[in-house]
Design a protein around this ligand. Structure first.
Ligand SMILES: Cc1cc2nc3c(=O)[nH]c(=O)nc-3n(C[C@H](O)[C@H](O)[C@H](O)COP(=O)(O)OP(=O)(O)OC[C@H]3O[C@@H](n4cnc5c(N)ncnc54)[C@H](O)[C@@H]3O)c2cc1C
Length: 426
């Protein structure tokens, strides 16, 4: 049986950054990354954006070239599925039956797209998006497609709509909730973004979901989608369908191994370590304790995957000197000419305060409060200099007796540092 000091399951952002971090801190160790994909670690972010519309070369997706891994002695097993994990004997089993033992392990297995199981979901022309191959399939299909239906109005759905509009396709988003992005952002921002998309030619069908993908049979016997029947009785013409309704974390391996899993996420502490010493988890699959927010979070964002990976790698090496994950969760999204950045935990809020008018050029902030404490901020088309100040208010977790004070644009954001105190004094 082969043995490695460090084994990383998953060659996504979190897994790759953990490997980079381990190699820096422990240059002589043996280190293996196992991934079921046929590629070296790459960035998924452009797959719904510039790569999809042909504005970014494939090579630019990859985090490092092959020589880097060879030179750094980071072994990567491609196209291999880890089928089971034995935490007591510290062994992973691969799909062809071989076993690998480890001293420390990182579970960075990410997530997979949630599937829709309705009549016609197996038709040609119905796609999901997670991998390079998925993006390539969408790109190839869009070359001949006329109209596109997108199922799911979250960030992936809105970014796909943005890409297909840029490619000139009539595009409709079908969203089950009352408006786009309703699971992520406040109502005012969501409605504003929805209107912006509509003004730019995207049809939005909210409050209904896909009931059937209707087939058209070609002379060659191919069964291809031609429309989407929706639950409200409507029918949308669609020569291709892209589905983006969220992901399911790949945590089955962990739960079968007896590790604690909560709502799909592998539970780890602030050091990103599970209850089993030496076994860590990071990225989309990890439900981590955030000392900053004093609760467990699971976040599916680029920055968190990178930051988690780097920290988990470091903590796997340093023993007693482990550091806590104190970063403030951040995500970004580009939708046509909108640049959205959000910091903090967007899920817990009882009040939202807007700073600035809903203006495309000048942009605006929405501050999310819970019991007077600022929990998150969403910035739409704001400059970095301002975004940084807003982010600092969230990371300081300031309390405000009157949150509405943040809407006062005559005051610089920096003047709100100090929360309640600042509110009184100014
Ligand atoms: C199209 C797209 C656009 C995005 N855009 C943005 C954006 O604009 N902003 C933002 O903040 N975030 C964005 N994200 C999210 C961001 O890319 C993810 O949060 C990040 O990639 C998660 O990295 P990860 O390493 O945790 O997981 P993953 O990237 O999912 O990597 C996990 C890897 O593990 C492999 N694996 C799983 N199980 C096994 C197993 N048993 N054996 C072997 N290998 C296994 C998986 O196949 C995968 O390769 C986007 C995601 C997608 C898909």
């Amino acid at each position: 049986m082969q043995h490695f000091d460090y084994v990383i399951l998953g060659g996504g952002l979190a897994g790759a950054h953990a490997a980079f971090s381990i190699r820096k801190k422990d240059p002589q160790s043996s280190l293996l990354v196992i991934t079921n994909e046929p590629h070296l670690p790459y960035d998924r972010v452009p797959l719904s954006k510039d790569y999809l519309i042909g504005k970014l070369d494939r090579q630019k997706l990859f985090l490092r070239k092959e020589e880097f891994y060879r030179g750094s002695k980071i072994e990567i097993l491609l196209r291999r599925v880890v089928t089971s994990l034995d935490v007591s004997n510290r062994i992973v089993v691969l799909d062809e039956g071989s076993e690998i033992s480890f001293r420390k392990l990182l579970l960075a297995t990410g997530g997979r797209p949630k599937r829709i199981l309705i009549l016609g979901s197996d038709l040609d022309g119905v796609y999901y998006l997670r991998t390079i191959e998925d993006s390539d399939r969408l790109k190839a299909a869009s070359a001949t497609a006329k109209d596109v239906a997108i199922i799911g109005g979250g960030f992936i759905g809105c970014e796909l709509a943005s890409a297909f509009r840029k490619l000139g396709h009539p595009t409709t988003i079908v969203e089950m909730g009352p408006y786009l992005l309703n699971m992520a952002l406040d109502e005012e921002t969501c409605l504003w973004i929805g209107n912006y998309l509509k003004e730019n030619g995207v049809e939005v069908k909210a409050g209904s979901s896909a009931q059937e993908f209707v087939a058209r049979e070609s002379e060659t016997g191919e069964r291809r989608v031609q429309s989407v029947r929706t639950t409200d009785g409507g029918e949308i013409p669609a020569s291709m369908v892209a589905i983006g309704i969220g992901i399911s974390p790949n945590s089955e391996l962990a739960s079968k191994a007896g590790l604690k899993v909560d709502r799909g996420g592998v539970v780890v502490n602030e050091h990103l370590e599970t209850e089993v010493e030496g076994i860590f988890s990071a990225g989309d699959v990890a439900r981590f304790f955030s000392p900053l927010f004093e609760r467990h979070l699971r976040v599916e964002h680029y920055d968190v995957a990178v930051g988690h990976g780097m920290l988990a790698g470091e903590n796997m090496v340093v023993g007693d000197q482990r550091r806590s994950y104190r970063d403030i969760p951040h995500f970004f999204s580009y939708i046509l000419d909108l640049k959205i950045n959000a910091y903090g935990d967007l899920t817990l809020r009882d009040r939202v305060v807007r700073r600035g008018s809903l203006d495309m050029e000048k942009g605006f902030f929405q501050f999310y409060f819970n019991k007077g404490r600022v929990e998150a901020v969403v910035a739409v088309n704001k400059k970095w200099e301002e975004i940084r100040k807003a982010r600092d208010l969230v990371s300081l977790r300031e309390d405000f007796p009157d949150p509405s004070i943040l809407s006062d644009e005559t005051r610089d954001l920096v003047s709100f540092v100090g929360g309640a105190e600042a509110s009184r004094n100014k």
